[in-house]
Design a protein around this ligand. Structure first.
Ligand SMILES: Nc1nc2c(ncn2[C@@H]2O[C@H](COP(=O)(O)OP(=O)(O)O)[C@@H](O)[C@H]2O)c(=O)[nH]1
Ligand SMILES: [Mg+2]
Length: 281
């Protein structure tokens, strides 16, 4: 995978979250093979965000940003509700860097992204400096997040290839989101909505993001099919071609990623309803 530096802003945004010194800048440099000065720096409520725009071949341009702040903030959950929400909204894919057993703030960021249905990858950083290659810390992080973290060293390059692969895999979700926003799904193309069971008991169905999305897709003359997660295999078996796009909720993204046909893009209702809000503004 080749990277090229680009100047213009991009819709694909990877955010690195971790306290100062956790190795965010080094990781961006290692992932991109660049060691140039960062493009742009902003300061907002003591939270440092630094942006760097690059492109990954086959994916397109990506803006990397990093969120730092003082150690105190990470220990006491003092991120500021508004700026934390804004930052989740501005990020398509998050890498949360864990470095030590005290991971209070890191877990809050991780869960913020999970709740928003955004792809998030836990990373154990600077593993060359940890005696056991980060294994103990990785186990704790896995217990707390429910997701196996990737152990990475920007210095030795260990784990970088796995991280790149994971990023590319997760990007199919973001692609799916933009496919609806842009013109990638249109007349005659098949979209499968995999809705949670709870949809049956929902009271005001008109306000559900699923319903808004259905209207949008039908308006575009897409072919829309819908099922609950347990009926995925049966539904796919009835189709003569894989759906162009599968949309589900945050809680089922991992399961769908495992089960979906390789050619189908995947995204979540949360990513899409946020796009709709942005368009309304
Ligand atoms: N041993 C080791 N040191 C690292 C690694 N990544 C970063 N560092 C060092 O950790 C310090 C903080 O790194 P930096 O990338 O600036 O962290 P940031 O504040 O999160 O952006 C620097 O002195 C880096 O040289 C790594 O993988 N291994
Ligand atoms: Mg930095």
């Amino acid at each position: 995978m080749g990277f090229q530096e680009e100047k213009s802003a991009t819709p694909f945004r990877i955010g690195l979250y971790g306290r100062r010194g956790s190795g965010k800048t080094s990781l961006i440099n290692a992932l991109t093979g660049k060691h140039s000065a960062l493009v742009r720096a902003l300061h907002r409520n003591d939270i440092e965000r630094v942006y760097k725009v690059l492109s990954i071949k086959g994916i397109g341009q990506i803006t990397f940003s990093e969120m730092s702040g003082t150690d105190d903030m990470w220990k006491h959950d003092n991120f500021g509700q508004e700026s934390a929400q804004a930052s989740v909204k501005e990020t398509d894919l998050a890498l949360v860097l864990f470095r030590e057993a005290d991971m209070h703030g890191e877990l809050i960021w991780f869960r913020n992204f999970q709740k928003a249905g955004k792809p998030v990858i836990p990373v154990i950083s600077r593993v060359d400096a940890l005696g056991d290659g980060g294994r103990v810390l990785a186990r704790i992080v896995e217990q707390k997040t429910g997701q196996e973290p990737l152990c990475v060293s920007a210095m030795t390059g260990d784990g970088l290839e796995e991280l790149r692969e994971e990023i590319v895999k997760r990007f199919s979700e973001v692609f799916g989101g933009y496919a609806v926003k842009g013109s990638l799904v249109g007349e005659g193309e098949l979209v499968l909505l995999v809705s949670p069971q709870e949809i049956r008991g929902a009271k005001s169905k008109e306000s559900l993001p699923q319903f808004k999305l259905l209207c949008e897709l039908l308006g575009r003359k897409c072919l829309v099919m819908s099922c609950v997660p347990e009926m995925l295999e049966e539904t796919l078996a009835k189709l003569t071609e894989p759906p162009k796009l599968i949309i589900t909720d945050g809680a089922h993204l991992d399961e769908m990623r495992e089960k979906k046909p390789a050619d189908s893009m995947l995204t979540s209702f949360a990513v899409l309803s946020e796009d709709c809000e942005e368009e309304d503004e």
